[in-house]
Design a protein around this ligand. Structure first.
Ligand SMILES: Cc1cc2nc3c(=O)[nH]c(=O)nc-3n(C[C@H](O)[C@H](O)[C@H](O)COP(=O)(O)OP(=O)(O)OC[C@H]3O[C@@H](n4cnc5c(N)ncnc54)[C@H](O)[C@@H]3O)c2cc1C
Length: 459
């Protein structure tokens, strides 16, 4: 890492002149607020927090930081789970929450132009009047900039894809302050290198996104959801493979293990059967047929209980509870930490991964809640532990590494949706091999002084 410059009072005054004094802070409260994300990663205190309000301001700050060798870490809403938005080397945290305009809805093209600070819930509220929505749906109310940074996804990815599949065009400010536009509003594009997708998932290490054109979908008129409970994990997981293999196209296909079901029942009072469960949802015109076929597969695979989530209210409660699994587990285990595993594999390897993870947790006598966007081959395990207990930490570390490494060996990835951040850097060589050298070269070309979110992705 280069020898970064520590911020002086003069630098802070210069930043205040570039923005305005009330949008540059060195107050302890502001620094503290931006020293943690939602992971259990240690805190990293920035030296200043700034709130730009325009592309021009972002450009001026980056030019200034690049010249003075000051790190800049973009910040959306700080809901990352791998330390992605933490200022490991201090410097400036650039909080983009004030750049939150919905610039233009192109309803006829199913697109919207937004600034990065708008959150997905605010955006979707606004889009309701057009009968449209932006499909990627992480559990937290993340900003669009942060979702692009981490290539976030969620429950509906199986049908609509991840953030990368739903971004068409970006305005990006490069490390030297230059503003570029990548991608196009056309649905097809064969022109030149695919820079758009280079920036999506780059965790703010290659440039700062100041505007995005997003792809939208019509709000579905119908939903039909079903809960299928199984005697054991194996038939439940095999059913996921069979539903995907049958070519059915659910809009959600989630796996929830029995421990997580119990936690959700206790915390949210949901009417659930204590057993490994699949939540299957279809939307759109062929939803009824899809559900009937999925139900048949569940029954053939020995489901012990299949129930329809009747009514929109019940369905919404179910998804709301599933979205807030993390918080429910926090409430079930006060004072304990959660190490979150987020691995993904090809669907045919999903059973092998889940059964392996199960064995590893048992061998290490750990309590791990297993659930995930199973239809995408994405598995989450929230491993409960005591951060004050060294033996606990050692066992968690060992089990976590084994599961992540197995996912990579099964031709999958160390992170399906949360990004590399700080936590997954140690697996990057195993997953990418020599391709990592190309990533480093790209980073060196686009950010030669290494000022953009240093300490992430690469070890
Ligand atoms: C309860 C809970 C549930 C979650 N569920 C999911 C889930 O289902 N799926 C999922 O994918 N994630 C999930 N997450 C993780 C998190 O919400 C996502 O990673 C989200 O994309 C982070 O968005 P953010 O606005 O908080 O970004 P931040 O955490 O602030 O930043 C994320 C990354 O993007 C960079 N960045 C931010 N803004 C910009 C910008 N304008 N230009 C360039 N880089 C930028 C940051 O530097 C950082 O590297 C969950 C988190 C929580 C707490």
């Amino acid at each position: 890492m280069p020898a970064y410059t520590k911020l002086t009072a003069e630098h802070v005054a210069q930043l205040a002149a570039l923005l305005s004094p009330d949008r540059v802070s060195v107050k302890t409260a502001d620094l503290d607020l931006h020293a943690h994300d939602q992971s259990f990663t240690e805190a990293y205190l920035p030296e200043a927090v700034i709130w730009p309000e325009s592309t021009e301001e972002v450009s001026q700050v980056l030019r200034f930081a690049n010249t003075n060798l000051i790190p800049v870490t973009p910040w959306g809403t700080g809901t990352s789970l791998e330390g992605n938005s933490l200022a490991v080397y201090g410097g400036i945290v650039m909080d983009l929450s004030r750049m939150d305009k919905i610039i233009k809805v192109h309803a006829e093209d199913f697109q919207v132009d937004v600034q990065p600070g708008v959150t997905r819930i605010e955006l979707n509220k606004h889009l309701q009047r057009y009968g449209l929505f932006f499909t990627p749906e992480p559990g937290a109310n993340a900003s669009i900039g942060g979702m692009i940074g981490n290539n976030a996804s969620g429950i509906k990815t199986i049908k609509y894809g991840a953030t990368k599949d739903n971004v068409m065009r970006l305005e990006v400010v490069q490390a030297n302050g230059e503003v570029i536009h990548v991608g196009t509003r056309a649905r097809k594009d064969s022109s030149g290198y695919d820079l758009l997708h280079l920036y999506v998932g780059s965790e703010g290490t290659l440039g700062v996104v100041t505007e995005a054109t997003l792809k939208l979908e019509p709000l579905p008129a119908n939903f039909s959801a079903m809960l299928a409970a199984f005697e054991g994990i194996e038939p439940a997981i095999q059913t996921v493979v069979d539903i995907v293999g049958a070519g059915l196209e659910p809009s959600a296909l989630e796996f929830v293990d029995v421990e997580t079901i119990r936690a959700l029942r206790a915390d949210k009072g949901l009417d659930l059967v204590d057993a490994p469960t699949l939540i299957v949802e279809f939307n759109g015109s062929s939803d009824g047929e899809g559900l009937v076929a999925a139900r048949e597969i569940c029954e053939q695979n020995g489901a012990i209980n299949v129930q329809a989530a009747s009514g929109l209210e019940e369905r919404n409660r179910l998804w709301e509870a599933r979205h807030h699994t993390y918080e429910s587990l926090l409430r079930q285990h006060p004072g304990k930490a959660q190490q979150i595993v987020d691995v993904a594999v090809p669907i045919s390897r999903y059973p092998a991964l889940v059964m392996y993870a199960n064995d590893v947790l048992t061998e290490h006598t750990l309590l791990g809640y297993k659930f995930g966007h199973a239809g995408d081959g994405n598995l989450h395990i929230n491993i409960i532990h005591d951060t004050d207990s060294q033996p606990d930490l050692e066992r968690v570390k060992a089990a976590y590494a084994l599961i992540v490494e197995r996912a990579i060996d099964l031709e999958g990835t160390a992170t399906g949706e949360h990004g590399v951040g700080i936590g997954k850097r140690k697996f990057i060589v195993r997953q990418h091999g020599k391709a990592l050298n190309v990533m480093r070269q790209i980073k060196d070309v686009l950010d030669p002084n290494g000022i953009l979110n240093p300490g992430k992705i690469f070890l």
